[in-house]
Design a protein around this ligand. Structure first.
Ligand code: PEP
Ligand code: MN
Length: 365
């Protein structure tokens, strides 16, 4: 098991969920100051202040970030808020400059995580440096690529890691700018124990209206914090104007979220233990049933083989899908879940029967 320091151990004095806020991009010293002053006025001081210095834009010509000069403005944040600062790095030169200007936490953006060469270049530039790094998910829903980027950093000695779920590019789903895929962060947390995942509803939703719902879902799923783009004058922001909120709106948003306790290492209550024991028992029963079902499937396979029938029978499949889905829906299971479950079971059945056919053919030879 890889060792990994949770954000709570990063020396930031965090207790609950980590809140990261600040503008999409650093624009001018006045802008940084105004955001800080408004945060102060609203008593809405995040745990970490974010600001993009180098902006990976889809097409050239739009604002590509203010560059190194912006890093000198981070002093303004330190003076007003006295909190750590984070910015995105996309190559070794960015790392060098960010370290020179004492940025406290780095993050790797979605467009960089997809590229192992770039991630390795960043990791190499960080060898021997003790700085926390957050890795956004890649643009495409590829968990291994996400884990791979975290591993590249871990392998050079960066152990203060976190991941950021910012959704996945999906041009067909117009509800989101980047569609969330909640199973990804959950899988990540399962595969890499102790890995904290922060949610970035701003880039998932792409507007202000949907932030609350997505942020709440992230907390419900057990994610460990939120990164929300915050600007004193969002409509006139130089990048991502539609999705940024003011510090006052951020405060309002956070006050509406029901932050749950992640159980962490504390002892789950007796009631929870009882419920979990019941679920364990049911899972055993489910597995016994599945085992029995597949043994029937094998018998059907033997019959098909004897009678020279194909493994896949379209009419039967259609009937099974429709009748079971209908039954499942009437039992309050979602249609999507029923279809995925049935596909999964059917695929395994077909594979088993086809294997039987192959084995029988091999014996004949
Ligand atoms: C950002 O955080 O401003 C950003 C560019 O994010 P992403 O890499 O998620 O697109
Ligand atoms: Mn942005």
């Amino acid at each position: 098991m890889k060792d990994h320091l949770q954000t709570k151990d990063w020396g930031l004095g965090l207790k609950g969920h980590v809140i990261i806020a600040g503008p999409c991009s650093a624009e001018t010293p006045e802008q940084i100051e105004k955001v800080c002053l408004d945060m102060k006025k609203e008593n809405m001081i995040p745990d970490i202040f974010r600001a993009g210095i180098w902006k990976p834009r889809t097409r050239p010509g739009s604002f590509e970030g203010i560059g190194e000069e912006g890093l000198t403005w981070m002093e303004i944040v330190r003076n007003h808020l006295n909190i750590p600062i984070t910015t995105e790095v996309g190559n070794a030169a960015h790392v060098e400059l960010a370290l020179k200007h004492k940025v406290d936490v780095l993050w790797i953006g979605a467009r960089t995580t997809v590229n192992p060469f770039a991630v390795q270049e960043i990791a190499d530039a960080l060898r021997g440096v003790d700085i926390p790094v957050m890795v956004k998910n890649p643009m495409n829903p590829d968990l291994q690529l996400w884990i791979g980027a975290l591993e590249r950093l871990h392998d050079v000695g960066i152990h203060k890691l976190a991941a950021i779920h910012r959704g996945f590019s999906d041009s067909y789903d117009k509800r989101f700018r980047n569609k969330p895929n909640w199973s990804m962060p959950i899988h990540l947390k399962r595969e890499w124990k102790g890995m904290e995942v922060i949610n970035d509803p701003s880039h998932i939703v792409g507007n202000r209206e949907g932030l609350l719902e997505t942020a709440q879902r992230a907390i419900n799923f057990g994610l460990d914090g939120l990164m929300i783009e915050t600007h004193h004058d969002p409509d006139n922001a130089w990048s991502d104007a539609k999705q940024q909120v003011t510090p006052a709106q951020l405060k309002q948003l956070l006050s509406q979220i029901d932050f749950k306790d992640t159980l962490g290492s504390e002892n789950p209550s007796e009631r929870l233990n009882d419920l979990r024991a019941a679920v364990d028992h049911m899972d055993d029963q489910l597995l016994d049933l599945l085992q029995e079902r597949f043994s029937m499937i094998d018998q059907i396979g033997a019959y098909k083989r004897e009678h020279h029938l194909t493994v896949f029978q379209a009419d039967r499949w259609k009937f099974v899908m429709e009748s079971r889905t209908e039954k499942g829906v009437s039992k309050n299971l979602s249609e999507k879940f029923m279809k995925e479950l049935l596909y999964c079971i059917h695929e395994e059945s077909v594979k088993r029967q086809e294997k039987q056919l192959r084995e029988a053919a091999a014996i004949k030879k």
